[in-house]
Each structure stands twice: as C-alpha cells, then as structure tokens.
Design a protein around this ligand. Sequence first.
Ligand code: XMP
Length: 509
Amino acid sequence: MILIIDFGSQYNQLIARRVREHNVYCQIEPPDIDSARIKALQPEGIILSGGPASIYEKGSPRADKKIFDLGIPVLGICYGMQFMVDALGGKVIGAEKREYGFAELKIKISSGIFHGINKETRCWMSHGDTIGILPKGFKATASTLNTKIAAAENTSSRLYGLQFHPEVVHTPEGKKMLENFLFKICSCKKSWNMKSFARDAVAEIRSQVGGGKVILGLSGGVDSSVAAVLLQQAIGRQLHCVFVDNGVLRQGEAQKVQDVFHKHFQINLRFARAKNLFLRKLKGVEEPEKKRKIIGRTFIEVFEKEARRIKGVKFLAQGTLYPDVIESRSAFGGPSAVIKSHHNVGGLPKKMHLSLVEPLKHLFKDEVRLLGKELGMSDEQVWRQPFPGPGLAIRIIGEVTEKRLAILRKADVILMDEIRVANLYRKLWQSFAVLLPIKSVGIMGDQRTYENILSIRAVTSEDAMTADWARLPHDLLGKISNRIINEVRGVNRVVYDISSKPPSTIEWE
Ligand code: XMP
C-alpha cells in the first residue's frame, strides 16, 4: 500500500484515485500520523500531498520528520516537496508571486520518476513558495522557466520531490511519473482490485460483527445497495435492512427495491410504509429547509421504531464513502456555510447506541460501482443517478400534496423514459422534473387552459460540487415536452432549466 499524507491540497483525492488506477491500494492520513502507526501500516511508499499553506506560515501542517528515516521511498508534491526540503535542512524561498497554470518542463536527469519520459513535456504548476537550496544529497532533476528546481531527488535515500502536480490531467506525463514511483521506486505489486477488496471486506465484516445482528437503512441508491449486498454475502441472515417509504419516492421505486433485494438477493427486508405520516407532517409546509428537516427527523423516527422491532441489534451499517471520511476530518477546510441541510442518517448511531459498520468507507464512488458489479449486481442498479433523501418533496416547489406528487411522478416517468431511450442516462449526472408553484395560460383543442408549469433539469457533473446544464438535443427536449403536456393532466407548459452550479444548485430546493 501507499500512504498519502494530507497537507490539505484540493487534489488529494485525485492522488489517491491515480494510485488506485494502477491497482495499488492507498490510504490518506492526516499529517499528525506518528511513525509507529506508519510502520504498522507497512506502506511501500509515502506521498506527501500539496497544500494551501506556506511552510513559513504559523501553524502550517507538518509531519513527523522521522518519516524520512524509515527507509521507505517518499514523494513530495508541491507543498509536500517544500516540507521535505525544509525538514531535511534545505531552503524554501517565500513567494514573491504565485505561479499558476501550464509550464514547460525541462528534464535534466531521466532516471527515477522521469524514466521513459520525453525530456521536454508540460506540467501544471500551482504554488507560491519555491525551493532555493536543496538539502545535502539531493540533485535537481528538472526545471521550468520560472522554477529552477521543479523536481529533485536523493536516490540513495529514495526521496523525490515534484514542485508541480503529476496527479492532474494537465500534466500529460503525470500518470507515467506516478507509475514510475509506484513500480520502479517502491516496487509495488498490482494487487488491488474489487475482487480482492470484496474478499478482504467480507472477512473484516465477519470479524467485526461476529454473530451479532446488523441493521441497514436501504434507500435503493448505489451506496446503500452495494453495502447491503456485500453485507449479505458476509453475514447472510444476520443482516436486517429497513426500507422507509416516505411517500415522496419516484414511481415504482418501493416495488423495485422489494424485487431486487428481497426476491433476487434474498436479503431480510422490512418495509416501513410511512407515506401518510410523512405527508401529514409536510402538510402546509412550503419552506425548503423546513421540508428537509421534517423529512430528516421523521426518517429517523420511523427507522428507529422499525429497528426496535428487530431484537438484539448491535450494529448499524452505513454506505459511507471515502470522500465523506476524508472531508469530515479535514483539519484545513474549516466549517462551510450550510446551503441545504442534508437528509441523512447522521444522527442515528449516537441515538441508538449501535456500533457502526462502514464497509465502503475506503472506496470512491466509481469503485463502489465496480464492487457492485463484482458482487453480481446489474448495470441498472450500480449506475443509478443520485436521488436526494428528501425525494420529490424538494422537487415540488411549495406545498407537497398527493395531487402534485401524482403529476410530478407521471412527468418524471416520461422524462426518464426518453432519457434512457436517447442513451443519455449514464452520461448525465442527474435528470429530473420539477413542478413549479405557478400556473400559465394555454390552449388545448379549442379550450383555454390554466395549468401547472414543469421544469426539466438535466446536468453533467463529476462530483456534484459543480455542475453544468446538459446540452440536451432540441429534438429530445421537444419530444419530452410534447409527451408531458399531452400525457400528464395538469401540465400545459414545460421549460428547460439552463443554470449551472454555482451559482445555482442542482436541486431547486
Ligand atoms: P445540490 O442541490 O446541493 O445537490 O446542488 C448536490 C447533490 O446532492 C444531492 N442532494 C442530496 N442527497 N440528501 C441526499 O442524499 C439530500 O438531502 C440531498 N440534497 C441534495 C443532489 O441530488 C445532488 O446530486
């Protein structure tokens, strides 16, 4: 495995992704990890990530200097390189100006990291401080016009530094550089894949829960579904899944979950039919945050009640993913403003006094999908678009009523149908319909109509942090609009949402 020490770079997760793409397992740990724990992890190599701080800033993150004496190869990237140089007695020069963007890299020594790479290539820079003097035993191996020491190495101690970012696509040979570090310098083996992960995860789950019972909130989304199938393969009937029908699901969703998980995977599944309770609590509520909070609280209430019916449960399983783990402990991000309170089961474990089982907590989303396939799940299950916890309630602007839910559901079915037929489902991050609280005048036959407006939203995105509205073909938009207006009573106008995130968000509420 490769240990990545997190100095707070926005590209951290990308480093991890790149390493894993080479079938090598890696783990991101905070800078205060001590050398005893590092030894226990037995990494083949250490990567020190970049970070926003200057080594001269008070309180800038530092790792234990002993990591350089462990005999393990180290690659410092950007701030990671500066930390290494500073820690080993070299000199970092404070920034006069930042260097940001493409730079032409001139390679002087083509061994080590640069093995097999053209002597002139491009790299991506994003730094303030630069290296002035290298520590004893180091040689500069590459430069750019503005940065004399763009890369350096100490081959006898197997220490390497890159001032630029090999992990981003803007450094075209970056992948090869990391590959050189992993295989030529660290002698890693390509042993990380979803088959080996599943085998290890099953063993780990069994040893954690023993003969105990585990409860899992199954939503039908990718993460909880893959977690459920994995747990089922590890502990079979000791797993108890709870599906909460909150009344604001898409058409046919509850039935689908029943068919797939209960009938096909033979998972213990309890259905909490709580539609009426949710809709009663949502009655008269228009404010988006209020809706979210009501749904979040009611979910916990229903889930807890259902859980109490299963005697002797000791564990709560969740489909937490690696990005959540990394972000929640980031020492450098600081608290960000609450834009929308997310409906999740975060409050559950404390309240219920259960131990957490999080078998996916070291995986990225695309790895979870691969794992799902490995476990025998269908493309349809593992490639589902995300669906928010508060469901259609935040896609009906204004009050949520049965009547408005029925209109939105019908329109949504048509939209998703056409998106699938056009072969766009997997290309879009999300596609959905939003029912607006205003009416407009139309004409149908010879009659005047005064009916609802529906907006189509379709976005592309990598991670939901930013998103762009999808350039859906006009013919497709036309077809969707025609079908909805003709087939869904109560809608006489369809509009297309052409806003990006930021400044808009993906969901309307
Ligand atoms: P926004 O609307 O903030 O959404 O741009 C970003 C992504 O998160 C999804 N989303 C949620 N997912 N519970 C969830 O599990 C929620 O409360 C929630 N709200 C938004 C949204 O669909 C998009 O993919």
